[in-house]
Design a protein around this ligand. Structure first.
Ligand SMILES: Cc1ncc(COP(=O)(O)O)c(C=O)c1O
Length: 326
């Protein structure tokens, strides 16, 4: 079949089995989401949300789409807004990577960069303030608001969740990273309808506020959040595993060196999370499904940069030492 645009090839990503060296009793299957057109799982949300809003008349060709995002969602939205001839403003912060900024700009989006940290030292509150200011100034505008928009979860219910249920015959556990909560909310609902006994395990990172950990500076983008997303109120989560960022980095290198997966940080977190969860469990056969949300190239300046890794590890050790004496 020939398609008129690569953006019409969202989903139907490969499902790959991984024989984990240290856990021979685990059958692990991963959905490799980098095979989406702009390189991440977020294409599923961006394409679904815009299509639905256009079809139900909430937005039209004159609407300006606004979203606070420095990551994969910004890249995906910029591509799909261009595809649908919609104007897009991405409200980003100083932490945006050079590659994401380049991709969003080259898709014709406008970037507004927030450089002033908020009272918590992060940028989230000031980014939201900027979005609200833009909304009040621009007449026909729509704030996607991935943390609260139910369409974000519906996108994953309809696409990724459906695909997994179709591709997998037996499922004991599903491990999913979490940031806006769209993936886990949609996928968990679909999976529980088809595999009621499957356990859904959320993977979050130290310092993230989704499950009320103690706050801590986080370095790896794509996973975790400094606020609890509203949409996860509907997620069907059985358990949570919290990984640390050093294990995430180690897992990324292990996935590359042993299994040929060149993946982003959240995939490393999920892999580290599976190992942590099963470390002290009886060695019974289990079928696990997971999702690797993106590819490693976008982490060339971070996870796959030796100097950055050394700096992060030394900062983590310093803060661990100072916590002992505080
Ligand atoms: C690389 C990566 N992994 C995981 C996630 C988490 O997905 P969600 O926002 O659906 O919770 C994101 C979201 O931006 C992401 O970019």
């Amino acid at each position: 079949m020939v398609i008129p645009s690569i953006l019409e090839h969202v989903g139907n990503t490969p499902l790959v089995s991984v024989n984990m060296d240290e856990f021979k009793h685990i059958n692990l299957f991963v959905k490799v989401e980098s095979y989406n057109p702009t390189g991440s799982v977020k294409d599923r949300a961006a394409s679904y949300i815009l299509d639905k809003l256009l079809k139900n008349g909430t937005i039209n060709s004159e609407t300006t789409i606004i979203e606070s995002t420095s990551g994969n969602f910004g890249v995906a939205l910029s591509a799909f807004c261009k595809h649908y001839n919609l104007s897009f403003i991405a409200v980003v912060d100083s932490h945006i990577t050079t590659i994401n900024e380049m991709l969003i700009r080259s898709n014709g989006a406008k970037i507004i960069k927030v450089t002033e940290p908020d009272k918590y030292g992060g940028y989230l509150l000031n980014r939201i303030k900027k979005v609200e200011e833009l909304q009040s100034k621009i007449n026909n505008s729509y704030w996607v608001n991935q943390y609260e928009n139910p369409l974000n979860a519906k996108a994953y219910y309809q696409s990724l969740g459906k695909e997994l249920c179709f591709q997998i015959e037996e499922m004991d556990y599903v491990f999913l990273g979490i940031s806006s909560g769209g993936t886990i909310t949609g996928v968990s609902k679909k999976i529980k309808e088809n595999f009621p006994r499957a356990k859904v395990i959320a993977v979050d990172v130290e310092g993230s506020q989704i499950f009320k950990n103690s706050p801590m500076k986080r370095y790896i983008p794509g996973i975790g959040s400094s606020l609890k997303p509203k949409i996860i109120e509907d997620a069907l989560i059985d358990d949570v595993v919290i990984t640390d960022e050093v294990s995430t980095i180690q897992a990324c290198y292990e996935l590359l060196q042993k299994y040929n997966f060149f993946v982003g940080g959240s995939s490393g977190s999920v892999f580290a999370g599976i190992k942590k969860f099963f470390a002290d469990m009886p060695k019974e056969k289990v079928n696990i499904v997971s999702v690797f949300p993106d590819r490693g190239e976008r982490y060339f300046d971070t996870i796959y940069n030796k100097k950055w890794v050394e700096r992060v590890i030394s900062m983590k050790q310093e803060s661990a030492v100072s916590a002992l004496y505080s």
